[in-house]
Design a protein around this ligand. Sequence first.
Ligand code: HEC
Length: 116
Amino acid sequence: MNRTAAGDLRTVFGAAYLVVSCAMSCQALAADAKQTFLDNCAACHGEDARGVKDQGADLTTSPLVKRSSDATLIEFLKMGRQPDAPDSTMKLLMPAFDYLSDEDLAKAVAYARNPK
Ligand code: HEC
């Protein structure tokens, strides 16, 4: 085998390795995001993020979720929303998640955007 072919092979295996390892870690990340949402949000927003009646808003149709950046949503989650806030949609309390890390909040946001 000449040097070029060996180099090509290394490149091919290298790329394949990257694809496989990404597939595994991306799946792990998605599972992690789901677990974070189930642990902290699903009681009110449902496992499918569609909202539980009289408990939490449907996040899959939420304009706020759609139009806001991840950073904005993380800030929102840290503050929560009081039932008497002018922008309240259900006149119910959205609790403040100031005790969760930005990383966990980012996971919850990722799942809310893409609940599966
Ligand atoms: C105790 C119930 C409860 C929990 C737990 C909860 N929420 Fe909420 N959430 C609500 C309620 C109720 C509202 C609607 C508040 C209102 O009346 O405006 C809301 C609103 C929201 C909104 C704004 C929707 C909009 O269109 O205005 C987002 C985003 C959201 N929640 C995300 C989350 C995430 C992510 C978690 C987990 C980290 C979570 N919530 C946990 C009850 C909850």
